[in-house]
Design a protein around this ligand. Structure first.
Ligand SMILES: Nc1ncnc2c1ncn2[C@@H]1O[C@H](COP(=O)(O)OP(=O)(O)OP(=O)(O)O)[C@@H](O)[C@H]1O
Length: 283
């Protein structure tokens, strides 16, 4: 999708929060947005998600999308399961499929005990899980996350990290803002900074000698062996760095959230997995 000359100002104020923003958000990409408080990150994300309209310029080619807002929306008179089933229906799933997905996502986030709890009675952490689940359950082609990790426990954060990698591996676009610079470190394909009403690309620091894999964030190291004469499957998730071992195996290194998606890609190509290890890279 594309933003062309996009601007946004609120009400009758003359001040432009964003102005003249040209941006291309390709498929199969993870996009980080950063900037100081009040610079306009949430404004940009709302425009990208399509829940706000630009005051100037044009946005085109938005695929089916889902959005996690920075603040929890006012609770509706529904249970967690009822709300997620409803959202699944909104995203075009049939009733049975929507209810099934809703249950599955609550379980994945460790929130199945709250399935029958009214939204208004959920704790902050459980509410956040429900808001994140509603965005993930439709497998959107465009996923927009505004501080979506805030308030989640460690297990739920890992589920979200992997779900983000999964969306990208399946050809989607994920755009996220997070206050923690280490969030999904090493995974974004591009990082944009919002400053002075403009949006510009910034480079993620990649020290020399690290190939395409930045030296930050946990990485997965997979040793795999292909059928004789068969090359690695193309477009593997996480753009892994590859090295050959002396005995004919291939070692692939990629950001850890991509581990499941990468393994699936290798297995689909009939590769044999020798070993999998996660390496913590000191910051
Ligand atoms: N609905 C609104 N009505 C009026 N002004 C708004 C509205 N939303 C945002 N603003 C203003 O636009 C500017 C950018 O806000 P925005 O929330 O997009 O920034 P941000 O970078 O996401 O900030 P933070 O990091 O604090 O969340 C701020 O000056 C804010 O007051």
């Amino acid at each position: 999708m594309k933003l062309a000359g996009v601007g946004r100002r609120y009400g009758l104020r003359k001040h432009w929060v964003l102005r003249g923003v040209d941006l291309s958000l390709p498929e199969r990409s993870l996009v980080r947005v950063q900037g100081v408080n009040g610079s306009g990150k949430s404004t940009l994300l709302r425009l990208i998600a399509g829940i706000d309209a630009p005051s100037a310029g044009r946005i085109s080619g938005r695929p089916p999308s889902a959005y996690v807002p920075e603040r929890f929306p006012a609770a509706m008179p529904l249970t967690a399961l009822g709300y997620l089933t409803h959202m699944g229906r909104v995203h075009g799933l049939r009733r049975d499929a929507a209810a099934g997905e809703a249950r599955e996502w609550l379980e994945r986030f460790g929130a199945d005990a709250y399935a029958r709890t009214p939204l208004a009675e959920l704790s902050k952490g459980s509410s956040q899980k429900v808001v994140v689940a509603q965005a993930l359950l439709a497998r959107p082609r465009l996923l927009v996350l505004d501080e979506a990790w805030t308030g989640l426990d460690q297990n739920a954060r890992t589920v979200l990290d992997r779900s983000v990698a999964e969306r990208v591996a399946e050809g989607g676009t994920v755009v996220f803002v997070d206050h923690d610079p280490a969030r999904l470190a090493g995974s974004p394909d591009v990082t944009y900074r919002v400053e002075g009403a403009a949006v510009r690309e910034v480079a993620e620091h990649v020290p020399p000698g690290h190939g395409g894999v930045p030296a930050t964030g946990p990485r997965v190291r997979i040793e795999a062996e292909g059928p004789p004469g068969v090359a690695l499957p193309p477009e593997l998730p996480g753009s892994p760095r590859t090295e050959q071992t002396s005995d004919g195996a291939t070692v692939l290194t990629a950001p850890a959230p991509y581990s499941d998606a990468l393994l699936r890609g290798l297995l689909a190509g009939h590769w044999h997995i020798r070993s999998v290890a996660v390496e913590e890279i000191p910051r």
